[in-house]
Design a protein around this ligand. Sequence first.
Ligand code: DGL
Length: 240
Amino acid sequence: MRIGVFDSGIGGLFVLKELINKYPNNTYYYFGDNINIPYGTKSKYELKILSSKIIDFLITKEVDIIVIACGTISSNIYLELKEKYNLPIYDIISPTIEYLNNSDYKAVGVLATEMTIKSNIFNKINKEIYQVPCPKLVNLIENNLDYQTILDEYLKKLPKVDVIVLGCTHYPFFEDYLNKLNYKTINMGKILCKKLNLENNKELKVRLYFSKINHDLIINIDKIIKCDYQLEELCLNYQK
Ligand code: DGL
């Protein structure tokens, strides 16, 4: 299969990593729109323009399906995109909501972008929900800067919870840190992959496209993706 995956930057690579683990023999086309990062503070209108350009590009690669590896796009405009395009499109959040609704957890914490929290999507979870918007984290992660102090501040806003949803796909970056602090975490990419039922065929090919390539990006890609990949800089034309 040919699978298109996209995000505002490197966050969706954590989803790609899970896809490759579970469905290794496919061709993956990944687009990270890091020139436009962060998506988490953009309007729905902007998010629609940006994501449509990316999907149009992925379609030129003849992908069979598209995975929206971005919580912000999934929570705000998934239904519009699904309606607009005539191929299977999967969002990253609804499998996690379904999973939690069938779980025994009582109190659930959610860390996510401002736009994801504003969308109220996580209010569909039938548990006690505590949501903390974390607007500063994505830029720190993308630029390989220290995120710990800021993250600790955000964590102080959460009461005691049974589990924390990493509601933005960039956040598995600090999953180990949270686990060391004894927080249980939910990685939405893992839950999505359990639910998907994809074919495996041919050999693994991974093509990564980013709208801006620099040293920090390459360091981050190599931290996350442990297989051969081809990397290309590609700036889509975002004229409205
Ligand atoms: N990784 C994205 C998400 O899951 C977007 C983060 C951002 O660009 O603000 O929401």
